[in-house]
Every structure is written in structure tokens, then in C-alpha cells.
Design a binder for this molecule. Structure first.
Ligand code: HEM
Length: 174
């Protein structure tokens, strides 16, 4: 009787509820600023160029926008390729959440949206955390060709069974 016809009033996407591209752009910038200042992970940006930072920021914004239902196409690398060799651990992971939580407070993100944002990150955790550091692999295998990747030294990450879960085989758009 008084009900809205289905389809005319769909629940808005997380992208829309967060305020769209510009809001996500600012949110990601604030999160990266906090990451740079964080005692456990700030050093990662010590030797990153300005232009790499700009690319990282835009790709991060595009990735999140696409994940959250925006009409945006992420053109960066898949999450496994991006993070393989970074040697990220639970310490890095927790530090990232410290930064996100500080941004939730700064931007007044309501708890239900916080939970959805956290769920997006959790979904990609297996693709991001647990890889050996590429530098460590190279130093431990003087015989390997460093241009060919850790696989050629017999170091496979993620393990084949985990790989299908985290989309490791998806091609890159680069
Ligand atoms: C689920 C959690 C995470 C997601 C969804 C994510 C997402 C991304 C995306 C979309 C990019 C850009 C890729 C590209 O430019 O092709 C990126 C790059 C990067 N991420 Fe993550 N990330 C996550 C966790 C982390 C953590 C915990 C750290 C370290 C504390 C980290 C450090 C980096 C760095 C340093 C880059 C730049 C790499 C480069 O340009 O080569 N990420 N990440």
C-alpha cells in the first residue's frame, strides 16, 4: 500500500554514504598522513618519492571507491602483487587500524560505516600480511636472479591454496 516499489529506493552504497569521491580522497589522505607519523610504520615513507606517494594515494582512493560501490575503476596492481615482498606483519596491520580509527574520530564516521570499512580491509588481509620481505629473500639467496622474483628462489607467497582466496592470480592493469 504505502510501501516503496522495490528498486526505486535502493540502499545507497557505502561510497555514497561516505560522501563520494572527494570525501574518500580526503579520508585516504588523512589516513596516509597518520601512517607517516605512526611510530611502527612511518619509516615506510622515509624513502618514498613525492610522485610515488601521489600515485599511491590516488590508487588507494580509486581502489576503495570501487570496492564501496562508486562508479570508479581502480587501475593499480592487485593486492598480492602490490604487497608481496613488503614483509608486512601483524604489527603493520594493527598500526593501519590505529590510523583508520583516528580518522573515524576525525571525520565522525558512524559505527555502522566503520564496521563496513573494517570489513573491506579484513577481506584483503591475507593478500597483504605475511609475505616475506623481498630484500630478505634476495640476501638469503645470493644465487638468485633478483629480476625474476622470489618464486625463482623457491619462495612462493601466498601459498597456492591461499592464493585463490585472495585473488593472487588476477592480472594487473598496469
Ligand atoms: C587490507 C589492507 C590494505 C589495502 C586494501 C591496501 C591497498 C593498497 C593499494 C590499493 C595500493 C596501491 C597499489 C598500486 O599503486 O598499484 C597500496 C600500496 C601500498 N601499500 Fe597498501 N593496502 C593495505 C595495507 C597496507 C599496509 C598494512 C601497509 C603498511 C603498513 C601498506 C603499505 C603500502 C605501500 C607502502 C604501498 C605503496 C607501494 C608502491 O607504490 O609500490 N598497505 N596499498
Amino acid at each position: 500500500m504505502n510501501e516503496e516499489p522495490q528498486g526505486l529506493n535502493p540502499t545507497p552504497s557505502l561510497y555514497t554514504r561516505l560522501g563520494g569521491y572527494d570525501a574518500i580522497y580526503q579520508f585516504a589522505a588523512a589516513a596516509l598522513r597518520k601512517a607517516m607519523a605512526h611510530p611502527a610504520i612511518g619509516h615506510i615513507w622515509s624513502h618514498m618519492s613525492e610522485s610515488t606517494f601521489f600515485k599511491e594515494h590516488i590508487n588507494f582512493v580509486d581502489f576503495l571507491s570501487e570496492q564501496w560501490g562508486g562508479n570508479v575503476r581502480y587501475r593499480g596492481r592487485d593486492m598480492v602483487t602490490t604487497h608481496r615482498g613488503m614483509g608486512l606483519t601483524e604489527v603493520h596491520w594493527k598500526a593501519m587500524f590505529d590510523c583508520l580509527e583516528a580518522c573515524y574520530a576525525e571525520f565522525g564516521v558512524p559505527p555502522d560505516l566503520q564496521a563496513q570499512i573494517n570489513a573491506t580491509f579484513e577481506k584483503y588481509k591475507p593478500a597483504v600480511v605475511g609475505s616475506p620481505s623481498y630484500r630478505d629473500v634476495v640476501l638469503a639467496h645470493p644465487e638468485m636472479d633478483i629480476t625474476k622474483g622470489m618464486r625463482t628462489a623457491g619462495v612462493i607467497w601466498p601459498e597456492p591454496r591461499a592464493a585463490s582466496r585472495v585473488g593472487a592470480d588476477r592480472g594487473s592493469d598496469d
